[in-house]
Ligand binder design. Structure first.
Ligand code: FES
Length: 146
């Protein structure tokens, strides 16, 4: 049991093991959150409560860290995502127009995201479809992203 709010529910699998592996020092908070997000895909309220309890920290401190860093996801991931890089190299090669076309044609269940440079500038404009680099031509030629 991790907190009064989660009383009666089992903690998500692996949280106690993860905390034990990293140690119970508050200095390990960010590493533990990283590991749990990698494991679970996001940080649920129950997970954050368990981490706070496991490290002996106030939940407000854990929430403060989790909400400060953009790479921590506090919502479940969407089923599918397509990201458009809007870094300088991709932008000058038409990423903004591509993003607008995609926004009009996204199928249900897809989320459109803006990305910063992912280091593949020579291939720009770069799309990431479910984490994989995809050719914009392939997406632009389909009726919708699905
Ligand atoms: S600017 Fe888009 S990958 Fe570098």
């Amino acid at each position: 049991m991790c907190s009064r709010e989660t009383a009666g529910t089992a903690p998500p699998a692996g949280i106690e093991r993860c905390i034990a592996r990293h140690g119970r020092s508050p200095d390990e908070l960010i590493e533990i959150l990283h590991a749990l997000q990698h494991q679970q895909g996001w940080l649920s309220p129950q997970t954050l409560a368990c981490v706070a309890r496991g490290l002996g920290l106030p939940l407000s401190r854990v929430l403060g860290v989790a909400t400060f860093y953009h790479l921590f996801a506090l919502q479940p991931p969407p089923p599918h995502r397509v990201g458009v890089c809007l870094g300088t190299a991709c932008f000058v090669r038409g990423a903004s127009a591509l993003q607008q076309r995609l926004a009009r044609r996204l199928a249900p269940g897809w989320v459109l995201e803006q990305l910063s440079c992912i280091g593949a500038c020579a291939q720009g404009p770069v799309l990431l479809v479910d984490g994989q680099i995809a050719a914009p031509e392939a997406v632009a030629c389909s009726d919708e992203v699905s």
